[in-house]
Write a protein that binds this ligand. Structure first.
Ligand code: MTE
Length: 312
């Protein structure tokens, strides 16, 4: 992990300005060239999505667009977090369709553009916590996964949802390396169906008002804010409904270190990283890790009778 400098810190006035800009609609942003200049100066993207803004009731301080798009985990490109952005141009997110299969009445394929038209988009400002001990606050744009599941006509036998990232060697350089690849591809993740139905779980198509940058998992990724970041699978190509717990990529790589649940929990350490504290990207001092990343009220019921040290 890179060492942080004072340049990484977002000054308060910059943050306040950003909020002011984001309160304005897309049309006024496009129309007003003074604002366009200001956006450019602040390194903010031009918004290209229509969405309902989050009121940010917890008053979370956002990480900058620059931070969120320059410090990434995306092993299909490289293991260097600072290196992903420079390599991610080989990903071609348009056109892009996802296959939906498994325990559904009828398998189908759908274009991401159609998805964006079908489901009204919302902004969700969430804490995002990586198992490596760093975190960010991100203004994601997407829609609740439960809306999509309701329309997929899932059979009652289904207990889990499984996601797969696209396998395409022309787009993802690490996939060309065969047995020397960093991990086994395609990247796979999964959730219990009740976790997937929780209103916090998002299918995400953008951030900071704009469609996702390639390095953040264009054109479609999962966001599960109470779980470690590796559950938030990027560049999804396939969604399957199953009655068996999916074997997710990191559990497959190293079952002693990674489980299926991956709920943020200060009391359950990873063998290589204590989970008691975390460092918000751009901040110098560490802060306490919150159980379920601060979303206990919303998701605690899902794990009521479970031993979280066993189901890690
Ligand atoms: N999805 C794919 N396909 N490949 C990956 O390497 N890395 C995961 C997750 N999704 C990963 C992935 C990990 S470890 C993290 S922490 C988050 O993506 C990082 O998301 P970000 O780069 O948008 O912050």
């Amino acid at each position: 992990m890179k060492s942080l400098t004072s340049n990484d810190i977002t000054p308060k006035e910059l943050f306040d300005n950003r909020r002011k800009f984001l309160k304005l609609g897309v049309a006024s942003l496009v129309a007003n060239s003074a604002l366009v200049d200001l956006l450019a100066k602040e390194n903010l993207p031009m918004s290209n999505l229509n969405y309902v803004k989050d009121t940010n009731p917890n008053n979370l301080t956002l990480n900058s667009f620059e931070q969120i798009t320059s410090y990434n985990n995306f092993y299909e490109f490289t293991t260097s977090k600072e290196g992903v952005k420079g390599l991610a141009h080989t990903l071609k997110p348009k056109p892009w369709s996802i296959v939906v299969d498994g325990l559904v009445e009828k398998p189908f394929e759908m274009d991401v553009e159609e998805l964006i038209k079908k489901y009204p988009l919302q902004e969700r400002i969430y804490r995002f916590r990586c198992v490596e001990g760093w975190s960010m606050v991100v203004p994601w744009i997407g829609f609740e996964l439960n809306q999509f599941i309701r329309d997929a006509k899932v059979l009652s036998k289904a207990k889990y949802i499984r996601f797969e990232t696209r396998y395409d060697e022309t787009m993802f350089p690490d996939q060309t390396r065969g047995i020397f690849a960093t991990i086994d591809y395609p990247y796979v993740e999964g959730l219990r169906l009740d976790e997937a139905m929780n209103p916090l779980t998002l299918l995400c198509v953008g951030l900071y008002g704009k469609t996702l940058e390639n390095q953040n998992g264009a054109p479609l990724r999962l966001v599960v804010p109470w779980k470690y970041g590796f559950k938030s699978i990027k560049s999804i190509a396939k969604i399957s409904f199953t009655d068996v717990e999916p074997l997710n990529s990191w559990q497959k790589e190293n079952p002693k270190e990674y489980g299926f649940y991956a709920n943020v929990n200060p009391k359950v350490d990873h063998p290589r990283w204590s989970q008691k504290k975390e460092r918000v990207l751009g901040k110098f001092l560490k802060q306490d890790t919150l159980l379920f990343n601060g979303y206990e009220k919303e998701v605690g019921y899902l794990y009521k009778d479970m031993d979280l040290t066993r189901y890690f």
